[in-house]
Design a protein around this ligand. Structure first.
Ligand SMILES: Nc1ncnc2c1ncn2[C@@H]1O[C@H](COP(=O)(O)OP(=O)(O)O)[C@@H](O)[C@H]1O
Ligand SMILES: CCCC(=O)OP(=O)(O)O
Length: 372
């Protein structure tokens, strides 16, 4: 290998899959999506318990491909539910590992990204990083109010892919991302709709803890009175309610699967329940996009639709039909996360950027506003 070439292993644990890639500088030489069905994931009580399973799956896939990990220069993982921080590449350190293991801002598969990256890298005496974690927080202050002073709206979303795809689309339009006004909709295990205003995601639904459309495995916004009644019915422990909302909600709850390909097959086979549930999910996504357009006062350069569900042409059409009066709809199926992780790591390895140090807390908070 050329001395200036770096071999980077990138790891992207999502709720329905673990995606891995090996890059020589920015060139992908291997990539694989390891899918996990609901039963496989439900065998674990918590995300952290999935650590051995996900790590072994990754190492087996690399071994199967004949990739010698001792040749790696760095390992980069998708960052998880840390404290709210600005975007960028962060070296994994002890404070970060503690927050990922404890799920500082909650539980999500991406918490394992930094932990597994660190564990693999440590054995090889190479650095490990995370890039643009799901807690990247650029929300405008006006967007932070929930209506209940003790509860603040949070920015938890597909930051890595939303930013990467938005930059790519801006380039294709011969524009700078920092001059564009986009609504980016990522549709994966979770679904998030981000308002990108001149390079900042100024508002976005919390894709993990119950805001916005329901998704393959999450509830999104639910009627709060009924939720409070459910919590105090005496029928459930806290963890059971949480699992009902995150993991066992959405398509999983109604149709028994988080796999949209299976749902599309059910619809093709004439399953009417599958049809109305799937239509309802696209209806809710379109409503969220409509709401996001108001943040930009209707001045939207493009609506970008991305993530695994964006491969479903009919599904995307049902959304576009409701929102294409707002702006052009640009569909970018799948995600660019592996590439974005590799490039984030490479920028630090080449010295183009310095790795940021965690924690790097932001101070925006509706709680800090003087009320009189
Ligand atoms: N060709 C396809 N058509 C429709 N849905 C698809 C297709 N490929 C993947 N999906 C769906 O996309 C979802 C996963 O998206 P992805 O972005 O990979 O999620 P995550 O990163 O959260 O695991 C699953 O419901 C999967 O079935
Ligand atoms: C936690 C927000 C990001 C998210 O939902 O990711 P997945 O779709 O990969 O679960």
């Amino acid at each position: 290998m050329h001395p200036k070439e770096y071999r980077i292993l990138v790891l992207n644990p999502g709720s329905t899959s673990t995606k891995i890639g090996v890059f020589d500088n920015e060139r992908c030489v291997f990539e694989k999506t390891l899918r996990h069905d609901t039963n496989e994931i439900n065998a674990f009580n918590s995300i952290i318990e999935q650590y051995e399973f996900r790590k072994n799956t990754i190492l087996e896939a690399l071994d199967h491909e004949g990739i010698n990990i001792t040749k790696l220069s760095a390992v980069v993982g998708r960052g998880g539910l840390l404290r709210p921080i600005e975007g960028g590449t962060y070296e994994v350190n002890d404070d970060m590992l503690t927050d990922l293991r404890n799920g500082y801002s909650g539980e999500h598969a991406s918490n394992l990204g930094g932990i597994i990256a660190y564990e693999i890298a440590q054995g090889l005496h190479i650095p490990s990083f995370i890039v643009d974690p799901v807690v990247v927080d650029e929300m405008d202050q006006i967007a932070r109010f929930s209506g209940v002073p003790e509860i603040e709206r949070k920015s938890i979303f597909h930051a890595l892919n939303q930013k990467a795809v938005a930059r790519r689309v801006a380039k294709s339009l011969n524009k700078n991302y920092h001059e564009c006004r986009f609504i980016v909709t990522h549709m994966g295990g979770g679904i998030t709709v981000g308002v990108h205003n001149n390079g900042r995601v100024v508002d976005v639904n919390n894709g993990l803890h119950g805001e916005g459309p329901f998704s393959p495995e999450r509830a999104g916004t639910v009627p709060i009175g009924d939720l409070v009644s459910m919590c105090f019915s005496g029928e459930y422990y806290r963890d059971e309610v949480m699992k009902k909302l995150v993991g066992n909600a959405g398509l999983v709850a109604y149709l028994g699967t988080n796999d949209a390909v299976k749902v599309e097959k059910m619809i093709e086979d004439g399953d009417e329940k599958a049809k109305i549930v799937y239509d309802s999910m696209s209806y809710q996504i379109a409503k969220e996009i409509g709401s996001a357009a108001t943040v930009l006062k209707g001045n939207v350069d493009a609506i970008i639709i991305t993530g695994g569900l964006a491969y479903g042409k009919e599904f995307v059409k049902t959304i576009s039909d409701r929102v294409d009066w707002i702006a052009d709809v640009i569909v970018q199926p799948g995600e660019n996360e592996l590439q974005a992780l590799a490039e984030g790591g490479l920028r630090v390895l080449t010295g183009e950027e310095k790795a940021k140090v965690y924690p790097n807390e932001k101070s925006f908070s509706s709680k800090e506003i003087p009320v009189n």
